[in-house]
Design a binder for this molecule. Structure first.
Ligand code: AMP
Length: 225
């Protein structure tokens, strides 16, 4: 299954992608995680990307595409993947389609998770991320068992620099201007399913799985899958 999860920052794409990994047998490929790894490793690409990320702006396509292209060539992504945070613009979506076409592959489905802006600000300002495994918590809605330590790997939890409220507002503006037009793009291609992102994690993944079932059935009926 080749899947894209779309939605504003804080919509739960990362959490959902991780839950779906086992159910769909495909790895999560998160452009934000790939970029944060590059920043942590202080690679030339990471150093260049950091300035854009700290402001909440989009990192230039050539940098992001290099990371995504390399990741999608890895063995575990050959049979499928769950893209999270990529594509973020219509131009990235077009490049992705070309990349897949060159391998005689195509996307199966795009799921757009929707959550209102004010809910997003509440979610992100309390968000804590594990430095080691990337797992996410919320200080009020989903606190870790031990203060500031990850339940799964005991790694240190931290607040991402770009999760500060001002930067989140900037990221929401970038989403509205650059990423929201992607919804129409994928709708036109008959690939989009919209899912309400409010509710417990399991409820939202249940909605995603039923949307996937309906979407794939409809595509098969039209002969596009
Ligand atoms: P995320 O973890 O998806 O919220 O991404 C964190 C930051 O990484 C974003 O605010 C951007 O600065 C950068 N980023 C992640 N994915 C992309 C992308 N597909 N295109 C450009 N910048 C990206």
């Amino acid at each position: 299954m080749r899947l894209v999860l779309l939605g504003p920052p804080g919509a739960g794409k990362g959490t959902q992608a991780r839950m779906l990994e086992t159910q769909l047998g495909a790895p999560q490929v998160a452009s934000g995680d790939l970029l944060r790894n590059a920043v942590r490793e202080k690679s030339a690409l990471g150093i260049e990307a950091k300035g854009f990320m700290d402001k909440g702006a989009l990192v230039p396509d050539e940098l992001v595409l290099k990371l995504i292209d390399a990741r999608l060539r890895e063995r575990d992504a050959q049979k499928g993947f769950i893209l999270d945070g990529f594509p973020r613009t219509v131009s990235q979506a077009e490049t992705l389609a070309k990349m897949l076409d060159a391998r005689s592959e195509k996307l199966d489905r795009v799921i757009a998770i929707s959550v209102p802006d004010e809910e997003i600000i509440k979610r992100i300002s309390g968000r804590r991320t594990c430095r080691e495994c990337g797992a996410m918590y919320h200080v009020i809605y989903d606190p870790p068992r031990n203060l500031n330590l990850c339940n799964s790997c005991n790694g240190e939890l931290y607040q991402r620099d770009d999760d500060a409220e001002d930067t989140v507002r900037m990221r929401l503006q970038v989403y509205a201007a650059s990423t929201r037009p992607l919804l129409e793009h994928y709708e036109r291609l008959g690939l989009l399913s919209a899912v309400d992102g409010i509710g417990r994690t399991e409820e939202v993944s249940g909605r995603i799985l039923s949307a996937l079932g309906r979407g794939l059935k409809a595509a098969a009926a039209k002969g596009t899958a």
